[in-house]
Design a protein around this ligand. Structure first.
Ligand SMILES: [Fe+2]
Ligand SMILES: [Fe+2]
Length: 316
């Protein structure tokens, strides 16, 4: 079975009570099995029930139907029958589906290129429906890899980049680099990434290698900008020094590295993990400002306050 002939989708991006314009497959025992046939309909209940299982069992569509699927999603995104909050959910789930494929793609250069439309759509959505930005952010940070986390960090970084007055081109690059900031975690054993509970010393040593692994992965491809590499390699550096892997400080750290350092920590603090309770947005920022402010560029930390009201994770 050639998995590369299929791409992953999230069921919540499919409209209920409509004739499906493509087949949906699941991958079982090494075989791709038709799960919902073209022309049949899904109920909303079935979608939300199955969606809960999306992380373990993926749903696929054949590549020959990719354009039809994209048009299906585009139609929802342009429909005035669908609320902006629902659109935020569709945009999020389509993007995460793409990210799952991209994170496993061997060619990171190509994956970065293919992630561009995600960022463009995010920026458009953030401009058109600022009141629904919070809906783009996941309520649970728990996933097998780091898709939700990477996606959320991108949204925060784009918001912060906008507040700092970045132009569109820079924002696009910032969005892409945020999506891939943890790409080096590919080389960290899955048991460590998914460990429930604090890591021991040896596990931390391996975990802290991920910026270096990331740079190595990015360096294997040509045409990847220094800014994108910096977000990956420098996002665990600290404004007053003492970070890793290079122990840089202040303006030695690339602005993208400084931004992701901030949005990455912010996301970790406000996300539900198995071993901690998530903080409220203002609580997290105050803590960053009072207890660990030395880690962050002070101007950027202040700018983060100005976008907070838009970025709150909302429970519907
Ligand atoms: Fe990281
Ligand atoms: Fe991260």
């Amino acid at each position: 079975m050639d998995l590369t002939e299929y791409f992953r989708i999230r069921l919540s991006t499919v409209r209920a009570f409509e004739d499906l314009p493509f087949d949906i497959y699941i991958y079982l025992d090494g075989k791709m099995i038709t799960y919902v046939k073209i022309g049949s309909q899904l109920t909303r209940e079935k979608i939300s029930h199955l969606h809960g299982k999306d992380t373990g069992e993926s749903f696929y569509v054949h590549l020959s139907h990719q354009q039809i699927y994209r048009d299906h999603v585009k139609f929802s995104m342009n429909s005035d029958k669908i609320t902006n909050d629902e659109k935020a959910n569709i945009l999020r789930e389509t993007s995460i589906g793409i990210l799952e494929d991209l994170y496993e793609a061997p060619d990171v250069g190509k994956a970065l290129e293919q992630s561009k439309p995600i960022i463009t759509e995010l920026l458009t959505f953030m401009d058109n429906a600022p009141e629904s930005i919070g809906k783009l952010i996941s309520l649970s940070g728990h996933d097998f890899y780091t898709y939700n986390h990477s996606f959320d960090v991108s949204i925060y970084s784009l918001g912060l980049g906008q507040a700092l007055g970045f132009d569109k081109k820079t924002l696009e690059e910032l969005g892409q680099s945020s999506l891939f900031h943890d790409v080096g975690k590919r080389n960290v054993p899955i048991e460590i990434l998914c460990k429930k509970g604090p890591l021991d010393e040896n596990e931390w040593v391996q975990m802290r290698m991920h910026p270096t692994y990331g740079l190595k992965i990015l360096n294997e491809h040509t045409g990847i900008s220094d800014a994108i590499k910096a977000a990956c390699y420098e996002h665990h550096e600290s404004w007053t020094g003492g970070g890793y892997p290079q122990d840089l400080s202040g303006n030695e750290i690339h602005p993208f590295g400084r931004i992701v350092a901030l949005t990455d920590t912010y996301d970790a603090m406000t996300t539900q993990r198995s071993y901690n309770k998530p903080m409220k947005p203002t609580e997290a920022l105050n803590m960053m400002k009072e207890k660990i402010s030395g880690r962050f560029d002070p101007d950027m930390l202040n700018a983060m306050y100005s976008i907070l009201f838009k970025m709150e994770k909302k429970v519907s």
